[in-house]
Design a protein around this ligand. Structure first.
Ligand code: FEO
Length: 395
């Protein structure tokens, strides 16, 4: 792969990580990229670096454009190690005149690398620096998704370098949205939002309003992961507007774990009830057969969240605890739902599942359905009715 000129004298110089499959617990089945960008002007600037282990890719791409020693400035939009893992080695090599970061970025850099001797220059929201023919304007985006995160906006190029926001974990040889399948691209972007940005949705909403109020003209969005949005950056901004408001479709997600298939039969009966009332956008997800991060991608735009578990040792099945603990941290909103589960003798699972739903603010439809041991056809009618009741509540 070569450096890619994304705008005149603005280059993608990052790295493609084809083989990573786990991003701190988020399943990335098609790898990812660590995007870094170089702007060549009177002052040459490198925006972010790459994860440790990918320095040679970054250097290889830089060498196509400029000798690294000739870079004047570094901009650290985000300190997380997938973007700053190579920072100490790159600083050693480049010896930059200045390293620009947000106020929280300064703290994070010192706490990560313990190098008070680095030439850090703190920039706040609205501040700009001149590179010669063009300027860079900074916009702090605290908690999107770390306290240090910021955007860099190049007004002359109408280019937003957006750090993690608008990114996707997807390793490709292509660099632009119009070179890949649009549906798959948006699915990767949705999964990224559901697993990284969802808890910060109110802040995303505010940020999008601020960008609109300031009238930033955006022709291209260059995130730190995945494809660059050049053909229609408005499409991903509109998607973020929907996702941050947690708008839902007439869709139900049934997540369950089962010991000897009784709870699974209940899950299918709930599905039948939903179908009988006209809800046909349903995902039936076994918690041990689907990764928690794929489950979250399904939950993102679902109106109904229905969860089931057999009782195991007076509790729920561990895979359900994994999924629900993860989900609770991501703070999905605007859901209604219910719980179900089979049991042998004590039968506490539904009580625990209801507890998770209540903690997540899910509007409960009924008290849940419990069935002892193996359900009869007649007993499953309660689950069908649960599905019907949820469908009716979905309107
Ligand atoms: Fe891609 Fe928050 O780092």
């Amino acid at each position: 792969m070569k450096a890619v000129e994304i705008k005149p004298d603005v280059f993608w110089v990052g790295a493609v990580d084809w083989n990573n499959r786990d991003f701190h617990g988020y399943s990335i089945k098609k790898g990812t990229t660590y995007n870094a960008y170089l702007v060549r002007d009177e002052k040459t600037v490198l925006f972010d670096t790459v994860r440790q282990g990918f320095k040679s890719d970054l250097l290889h791409h830089l060498h196509h454009v400029v000798e690294p020693e000739k870079i004047d400035y570094l901009v650290v939009n985000h300190v997380e190690l997938d973007h700053s893992g190579c920072l100490p080695e790159m600083i050693e090599l480049i010896k930059p005149e200045k390293i620009f970061c947000s106020p929280m970025g300064q703290k994070a850099l010192l706490e990560h690398f313990h190098r008070p001797d680095w030439p850090l220059v703190v920039v706040k929201s609205g501040e700009s620096i001149s590179l010669g023919k063009r300027t860079v304007r900074f916009l702090e985006t605290r908690m999107l998704h770390w306290p240090d995160s910021m955007f860099s906006y190049l007004p002359e190029d109408k280019l937003l370098i957006s750090s993690d926001a608008f990114g996707q974990h997807w390793a490709t040889s292509q660099r632009f949205d119009d070179e890949v399948d649009g549906g798959e691209l948006m699915a990767h972007a949705a999964k990224y939002y559901a697993n990284i940005l969802l808890p910060f949705s109110p802040l995303v909403d505010k940020l999008l309003a601020q960008v609109q109020a300031e009238g930033l003209e955006i022709e291209m969005i260059a995130p730190d992961h995945g494809l660059i949005w050049r053909s229609n950056p408005g499409a991903i901004v509109e998607a973020y507007q929907r996702w941050c408001r947690q708008e839902s479709a007439a869709k139900a997600v049934i997540i369950y774990d089962t010991m000897w298939h009784s709870t699974e039969k209940m899950a299918k009966a709930v599905e039948s009830g939903l179908l009988a009332e006209g809800i046909n956008n349903i995902s039936l997800l076994h918690a041990r057969r689907n990764h928690r991060s794929d489950i979250m991608a399904e939950v993102l735009n679902a109106r109904a969240l229905i969860i089931g578990s057999a009782t195991l040792n007076n509790n729920i099945m561990p895979a359900m605890a994994d999924v629900l603990t993860y989900m609770k941290g991501l703070r999905p909103k605007n859901k209604l739902g219910a719980a179900f589960g089979s049991y042998g003798w004590s039968g506490e699972a539904v009580k625990h599942l209801n507890g998770y739903l209540e903690e997540m603010g899910v509007e409960l439809v009924g008290e849940g359905v419990r069935i002892k041991n193996v359900p009869t056809h007649e007993a499953l009618a309660d689950c069908v009715e649960l599905g019907r009741a949820i469908a009716r509540a979905m309107g």
